[in-house]
Design a protein. Sequence first.
Length: 320
Amino acid sequence: MSRLLAFMGGHATWVLFVGVFLGLALPSLATLARPLLAPAVAVLLTATLVRVNWQVMLGHLQRPGLVAVIVAWLLLGAPLAAAAVLAFLPLPGPLTTALVLMAAAPPILSAAPIALILGLDGALALVVGLIATLLTPFTVPPLALALLGLELDIGVVEFMSRLAVVVAVAVVAAAIIRRLIGRERLPRVATHLDGLVVAVMLIFAVAIMDGVTATLAERPATVAIWLLAAFIANPALQVVGALAFAWLGRRRALTVGLVSGNCNMGLLLAAFPPGTDHDVVLYFAVAQLPMYMLPAVLLPLYRRLVVPEADSKNPTVQIR
């Protein structure tokens, strides 16, 4: 198991690239994977907290103004900009709805470990990702109603309570694990932690692909168009986010870009009203593909653009 995790961590981007097709090739696995989603979130967050540099993470928390600006961009600026651009494009209604909701959703929790794998600021991605997720019930429903005329029902108290429990458990578990491993050994087990993160991310990939294979067989043209839109929207949001925060320096700007394009659309599924167009849900599923595939494609570009910073005491693993 140790060797397998080390292999998956050492080849993380390509394992994700290939692994995302498991959900398409083996749709029956989706039913088995769904019950694992809740514990997978806790494991993913715990592994990320073990992996990131806590001093850097606390440093970001001590700059609330900067964090607030980034979160405001993620939850307000990005969806408003997306809606403004999409208003001029003759796209199908369900696709427009899905793209605006994608931009309004908070970052995926796995954006932080992906950032670490790519040599970006994983601590910053984790901080803004958690805060944005916590604020989602307050921002997404009014935006969806104002921009799309869509009523979403996200129970604020229940949502925040569940998230608080998950975060608290993950923080305590990560603190204990870090103490047991020891500061000197943490860099040596980084690859294994990345492998664990990759394994958990594959669970998400398989679970959310439920039904996509059948739709692909029935309506291949629709799936192809939706997939093309996803591969345009994800990097477009990343580029706009990175450019908007270029003043933070290249590494942190690219981190903001990463969390801007990799959005947790699955978080919104439970809030959809009855009768929501299936094509919106279909986009949410196929939009997972660029999240899992682009890190491998863009890794050489990140290697050129990102220069390791002195405050990054958590070295990134060497990805091949």
